[in-house]
Design a binder for this molecule. Sequence first.
Ligand code: ZN
Length: 377
Amino acid sequence: MSAPHPALTLTEELIRRPSVSPEDAGCQILIAEHLARLGFHNEPMFFIDTNNLWSVHGSEGPLFVFAGHTDVVPPGPLEKWTTPPFEPHYREGYLFGRGAADMKGSIAAFIVALEQFLQKHPNPKGRIALLITSDEEDKWVNGTVRVVETLMQRGEKLDWCLVGEPSSSERLGDVIKIGRRGSLTGNLIVHGKQGHVAYPQRAVNAIHQALPALDELAQIEWDQGNEHFPPTSLQITRVNGGHANNVIPGEVKVEFNLRFCTEQTADGIQQRVQHLCHRHKLDHQLDWTLSGDPFLTEGGALLDATREAIREVCGIETDATTTGGTSDGRFIAKTGAQVLELGPCNTTIHQINECVRVEELIQLTSLYERILEKLLT
Ligand SMILES: [Zn+2]
């Protein structure tokens, strides 16, 4: 039997390190060892509770970045796994283990692609970096966002960034992500005056105050979306208020979330909602949490190279979309870099018995190598 593909061996080694977010469990030390052997300069960046790694090869030319995360989501009930989540196993052409698809397999493919690429092209026409965090799955506070802040303070310019998130749907390369919608949460508290239900003239019902405003809020047509994004949507996700059937509530708390496209800005949305509350003369308090601005890579060398590489290696035309939740791509896009996401199939991510197809991981390595060749030789 021939030796296993090096991307599989490395994925196995990463799966054995139980890096439940924000733990890294030694994954980045292993990655840094591989990169040091390839002539990369490793710069670990530790923030509060999170290990991050910024590692650079070369000293001039445009900067290409592979970005990813070593942390994984918790395995869930262990007895439901066919084999233990942190012990890699092969079955029916798949490699099983927590993080196999999201996204230790992609990180292993980055590294093996770089090994193969640098062997053939020891002096590429540009710099190559890896941005690895252990804070993607849970809090997004001390990971990529902090590394990007540090790089921007230094005036570092990122040109192209490929995030290894599992973007594929049915087969490798069928879907890439060229952007994501923004996510904004509003927390509204409407105040009234608590009182006895039998004496409404002495109270102000906070729920009654809020209802017409909420009705209007839910019916706003924000935009029609555009070529790349579906329309912006607002969903009221929680309403809390009231005590008992003889008490007029003096307060109601409302939470709502918007998934917004590039036709909106977070500021614009906030102003519009604030204005609505004032128009309804609500005695209120309104706080916001912005989880991410929308981003979009409409075209450019990275997208061209990726489309061509998928055509050559996988023999299919890829579908460039902006669907799905948020990703660390939103932080990296702030640097002005072209950003896109390409990784294995996402069918089993975050599930019991997470797995990646062996052939797919080998093909992904070739795909990453081909993209490097198109951009840097
Ligand atoms: Zn992921």
